[in-house]
Ligand binder design. Sequence first.
Ligand code: KIV
Length: 359
Amino acid sequence: MNLSFRERKASGEKFAMLTAYDYPMARLLDESGVDLVLVGDSLGMVVLGYRDTTSVTMEHMIHHCRAVVRGVKSAFVVADLPIGSVDTPKLAVQNAMRLYEAGAHGVKLEGGVSRCREIAAIVEAGIPVMGHIGMLPQRVLVEGGYKIKGKTPTEAQQLYADAVAVEKAGAFALVMELVHPEVARKITATMTIPTIGIGSGPDCDGQVLVIHDLVGLFPWFTPKFATPRAHVAGAIREAVQTFVQDTKVAGGLTMEQNILTQPPGANPTPVSSSEPNPATPQKRQSSLSVDGAAAHAASAASFLKSTRTDSTQFPDQSLALEKSPKTGRGSLERRNGQSLRCGNLKPVQGQIEPKATDC
Ligand code: KIV
């Protein structure tokens, strides 16, 4: 059964979204059942080591988006439009199209009332848009920090206006970052599209986190609202320290740790068809000569080559762009059941009085 985001919200279903920036993480998230994978421009901080997201470029986003898309079979992939990429409707459409061509199913952009023309233009071009209001990381230098929004009536009113403008412009969902929980709750109750919160309390229609914050992979900083559910940085440090010890102190790695398995002249180990990716760790067995190792490596290399050139390798990789015969506009659907697609825009009913906008 294909349900739109709106229908899923109406049915009370919650949305789980996490960020990913590369193939293995994307594949792990997808295999673990997330609904949406976000290629966030937070990659500037947690992957590229910048202080904030203001140095991230379209080239960075496209590069990481391609890697993520290769790892995802089921989830809906959203890619961030970085700072400076949506300054006019025309530029916004061009850059959204580049991310779409890199395999994203939809794009996300920061801003409410001030960005409704760009959102409408991208939707008009057939690409689903996720809005993002509240604390806008791309404006951190202007705002001087990451502060909660909606604490004053004026700020709350502005957030309502932003949310309504984003929905009216045709977005299929809305991220609310560091929005006061009470304001987030009211906006969620008013909107027909799902809200996905980060640091905005429990009453949004879904939650999103930077994956590094969830699994403890960026130990130098964890936002207050994130509770790490694993300590991957610690596990990596332990494994690396053990390796360093094994290498330097214990007199070198043991034979078992150091070499592949295969007697000289034996056929290369076949790669299991149920695990089609060479990135899957192969269990190491006993000893092997150098020649055998070379044969094994050659086999892996040829498998890798065929995987990369064979687009049917992941037949479920599932994105269909269906053009409406009526409007000529596209809507994106996944082919493998349970698809998430953008519903039609409905007028917003509710108590909120948006400020006048151009849209
Ligand atoms: O870039 C990002 O990871 C984001 C999330 C924090 C929502 O925009």
